[in-house]
Every structure is written in C-alpha cells, then in structure tokens.
Design a protein around this ligand. Structure first.
Ligand SMILES: [Zn+2]
Length: 463
C-alpha cells in the first residue's frame, strides 16, 4: 500500500471525527477508525509501527479500563506520551480511532507508546496488527451469557493470540486465574501477578457464580487454599500437580476499606512498597497489581507507581464519586455475575443498610439475555438494603430478582426512567448517607450522559 493511501485513510478518519464532533453526535470513539480502515485496511499496523516504544495490550473480562488508565498514568508520570483508547472503544476500529487522533497526515504518530484495552475476543486480530511489546492478560469470567457463550472459546482465542506474538514480546498474566494461567504458563517470556495475602480470602470453596472449577489439564476439581474473587485464588490440582504459578508481583498485607479504597504492600522483584488507593474492592487491587507489573516491566520505578496509584481518580463508572445536591453518589459498573458480586461486597463492606439504584439494560453491550441476573448473589442485600430503586430497560426483571432474593416488597421501587430513578434514590437518603448506583454498561453510559447534561460530570470522552 502506498503512503498516499495511508494519508487518505488518516484524512478520512480525521474528517469523520471532526464531523461527528461538529454534529454533537458523541465522542467519535469508533466511527473514525472504521472509516479510516475502510480506506486504508492496514492502518492499525502501520500507525502502530510508528510508536517508538511499541504497544501494550490489556485484555480480560473485568478491569481492562482501570488497568489501562493506571498504566497510562504511570507512564505519563515517567514522561512517556501514551496513546490510549480511553473511552472503552476496545475493538480494532476504536484502537485505530485513538491512533488516528494522534497522527499527522504523513503517518507520523505523536506518542511514544500505545496503551490499548482490547476486547477479549478481538485479541488475535489486534495482536496480529499491532505486534505488541507487552500483552497483559487479566481474567476470564463468564460474561453475559449470549455474548461469547463459553469462556473456553475466548481462552482458545488467547492461545491463538499468544502464538502470533513476536519472539521478543512479553506476556503478563493473572496467575490467580487458573484458565488464564493455563493459557499463558508455557509462554517463554511471562511474568505473573496475583494476591499473596490469604487473609483476604473468601474461603476455600468456590461460590455459585464461579467459573473454571476444574483442572484444564486433567478435569479434576482444583483444591483452593484461598479463593479471593470468583474463581481467582491459590489453587492446585491434586491429580496432575498443576498449581498457581509463582507470583512475580503480588499484593500482600491487603486491608480493604470498603468503598473508600484499600491499602496493601506491593511485592516486586525490585523491592516492596506500601500502596494506598481510593479504588474500592479487591478487584481493583488486581487491576493495580496488573498495571504495576506492566509499568515495572517497561522500566518505571516503584516510587512512581506508588505515587500515581495514590493520586488516581477512578474512570467513569468504576467507583467514581459524584456529588448531587449535596449527596455523595458512587457509580459502580456491574456487567457480569462475578463483577456484580464484587461490587455488592464492596458496597456492603461500608455502613449498612444501604440505598441503591440498580440499572439493568439488555442492549448488545450488556448482553441481550438478562438471565445472568440469577447468577448474582443478590441474596446478600436481603438484610442490608434499606431501599433499592430498580431502573433501565429491564427494571421489571430486576425487581423480580430482588423479590426472589428476599427483599421486602416495600423496599423495592420500580422506576424505568433512569433520571427519575436517581432522584428517587436521592430522596430516600438520610443525612450523610451515600447513594450507590449499580448500572450495566449501557445503563451507565446513559446515566453518565444524563448527569453530564445536568453538569454533574464531564462527558466521558473528555476524561
Ligand atoms: Zn490436573
């Protein structure tokens, strides 16, 4: 392909981005990439090659956005200019759009490194195009049922992606996830991360929503010394001896402080550091350890990691704190059973009983089939939720689910309109009580949009 064609692709993409913005049609996070790739199909590969320090790809069911943002923050503090598909546009077109936004028409890219979150299923294609320097594999949870069907299918795609990596590429993976470990453990250049502190374990048995209970080598159930989150933990197969790999970087001495964050010790090959974060929940400890492992691999210092983690502000919907009419509102995205259970645990670890708005949509990005709600342990709300306002397209299904979870009928308010639901939640608050808003993905975007119009939050593409 000629450079002329690359230039035309960049121009077409940039024009469409300008047009989308001029029309006020949104954040232009994907469409410019689609347009540009229609003109110059190998645009992703060619622009990616111009990044002096290469690309880092981050994938996994839960935590991609926060991990990528943390890494971008750390690298930025180290003086690297990152290009990042920030708004969660994590298919090839979204990554192309992010690169386009920082490219000149002659194909020069204004950035040192690409930090791209990648949809789990799109990984082989993106690896093939971008030839990343580092690949971060987070976790594999069963997502909404109709999206990929089987997490084993996604694992096979990841195996395929690993085969396509360049010889000098490095894989960083979550050793606490047996399926992810099975995908990556034989890769020659691999580093691992996980949780070393068994005091934060949930127990030694997997919960109902857990995936990946059986040894991928021989089919025997794993024996867990500690279950941290879903099927993540310290595990061993007594039949074939397969066990959690040794941790390169680990979180130790973990102290969870509910919705306000946590403190822990980061144990790394270059030393230990006490880390404080306002990101809530154990799932964010994983995200921080993942980002730290990648940042240290790329040559940043532990001190820098610690500073950026301390100052980090959550991404939209990931524990973000908003003030509405003097009340504190926390937005916690919950998009699959394992993720939802963690969010509920985090919310319930603070003052109880709680007031929550639960917003459930069933658009493509949420999963069209809401039967996954039955895999979430809403039963834990039974004694501890004073009022639940259910909203979104599938508000009715959610109300039924809460009723079966044992919440008294008078504690459940059905309000399909999201804006009225938020106000209804606020009206139910006692002085000083926070409101927890727990939306699925598109419900979160809708609520963000509503709040942005009222001036409570910035439009997410301005983040
Ligand atoms: Zn085994």
């Amino acid at each position: 392909m000629t450079d002329l064609r690359l230039g035309a692709g960049i121009l077409a993409g940039r024009l469409s981005a300008a047009l989308i913005r001029a029309l006020g049609a949104g954040g232009a996070t994907t469409m410019p990439g689609r347009v540009a790739r229609a003109v110059a199909p190998d645009l992703l590969a060619r622009l990616g090659r111009r990044l002096m320090r290469g690309s880092v790809l981050i994938t996994g069911t839960n935590g991609k956005t926060t991990t990528a943002r943390l890494l971008t923050g750390i690298l930025g503090r180290a003086g690297w200019r990152s290009i990042h598909n920030r708004a969660g546009a994590n298919l090839p077109a979204g990554i192309a759009a992010a690169l386009l936004a920082h490219s000149a028409l002659d194909g020069q890219v204004r950035g040192d490194v690409g930090v791209f979150e990648v949809d789990e299923a799109a990984l082989p294609l993106v690896v093939e195009s971008l030839r990343p320097r580092v690949l971060v594999l987070g976790n594999l949870f069963r997502d909404q049922l109709d999206r990929y069907g089987e997490i084993d299918l996604v694992a096979d795609r990841w195996r395929d992606a690993l085969r396509r990596l360049e010889a000098d590429a490095l894989v960083i993976y979550n050793a606490d996830d047996p399926l992810v470990a099975d995908v990556a453990r034989d890769f020659p250049a691999a580093r691992t991360f996980g949780i070393a502190d068994s005091s934060v374990r949930r127990g030694e048995a997997l919960e109902h929503a857990a995936d990946g209970r059986y040894c991928y080598r021989c089919g025997v159930p794993y024996r867990y010394e500690a279950v941290f989150l879903g099927h993540l933990g310290a595990y061993r197969c007594d039949s074939c001896g397969t066990a959690r790999p040794l941790l390169t970087v680990a979180a130790d001495n973990v102290r969870l402080r509910g919705i306000t964050g946590s403190v822990f010790t980061l144990t790394t090959p270059v030393g230990r550091a006490d880390v404080t974060t306002t990101l809530p929940g154990l799932y964010n400890v994983y995200n921080i350890v993942a980002a730290a492992t990648a940042a240290l691999t790329l040559g940043t210092t532990l001190g820098l990691v610690r500073t950026v983690v301390r100052d980090f502000i959550p991404a939209f919907g990931r524990g973000e704190q908003i003030t509405i009419e003097g009340h504190t509102v926390y937005m916690l995205l919950a998009k699959n059973p394992a993720g939802f259970n963690e969010v509920l645990r985090t919310v319930l670890s603070g003052a109880r009983p709680v007031v929550a708005v639960i917003a459930i949509n069933d658009l493509t990005a949420d999963g069209r089939d809401v039967s996954w709600l039955w895999d979430v342990d809403f039963e834990m709300l039974r004694e501890h939720c004073r009022a639940a306002v259910v909203t979104g397209i599938r508000a009715h299904d959610m109300a039924v689910r809460l009723k079966y979870a044992g919440l008294p009928e008078e504690a459940i308010t059905l309000e399909p309109d999201e804006e009225r639901a938020i106000h209804c939640g606020i009206d139910l608050l006692a002085l000083g009580e926070p409101l927890y808003v727990l939306p699925t993905y598109t419900a979160m975007l809708r609520i963000r949009d509503l709040l942005a119009r009222r001036g409570y939050v910035r439009a997410f593409w301005e983040d």
